[in-house]
Ligand binder design. Structure first.
Ligand code: CMP
Length: 144
């Protein structure tokens, strides 16, 4: 019986993340092997608005609250991800992301993310789709 934690479990969980739907099993294994799993407790700040950072966080379990300038904008759950904005444009983090209860994430460095994109450009297409969706859901993004 394999251990319930670590790269084996992470690889299985990655398979259900829509962002990586285009990756085959061996590509998912590579990604899971390189990524780091991190656990957070209720109330922990995972990302702080204004910080530098270029890692991408995939939620394996639990919920994360996204707060922009003290205003709650989204709650993200398993299979969803955050941290893509600073990863894409190397600018400061646009929001706080806080653990709502215990949260487990798989953290990918920018280098790991771009390696996955090189093998499968569809990953980038999936990410742009989600970025557009988040933009549409943020009316403030379109105000003068
Ligand atoms: P980043 O700016 O790198 O760090 C904070 C993250 O919060 C950001 O990337 C997004 O992943 C996430 N985020 C910011 N605004 C929203 C939003 N309106 N809806 C969902 N997630 C968001």
């Amino acid at each position: 019986m394999p251990d319930a934690s670590g790269p084996v479990a992470a690889h299985t969980q990655l398979a259900s993340v829509p962002l990586f739907a285009s990756l085959n099993e061996s590509q998912l294994r590579t990604l899971a092997f390189r990524a780091e799993e991190r656990s957070y407790r209720d109330g922990d700040t995972i990302i702080a608005q204004g910080d530098d950072g270029n890692a991408l966080f995939l939620i394996l379990s639990g919920k994360a609250q996204v707060t922009r300038s003290k205003r709650p904008v989204a709650v993200l759950g398993p299979g969803q991800y955050f941290g893509e904005m600073a990863l894409l444009d190397s600018q400061p983090r646009t929001a706080d992301v806080t653990a709502e209860g215990p949260v487990r994430c798989l953290v990918l460095t920018a280098w790991e993310f771009w390696s996955a994109v090189e093998t499968k450009p569809e990953v980038l297409r999936a990410m742009f789709k989600e970025v557009s969706r988040r933009l549409r859901a943020s009316p403030a993004a379109f105000s003068e």
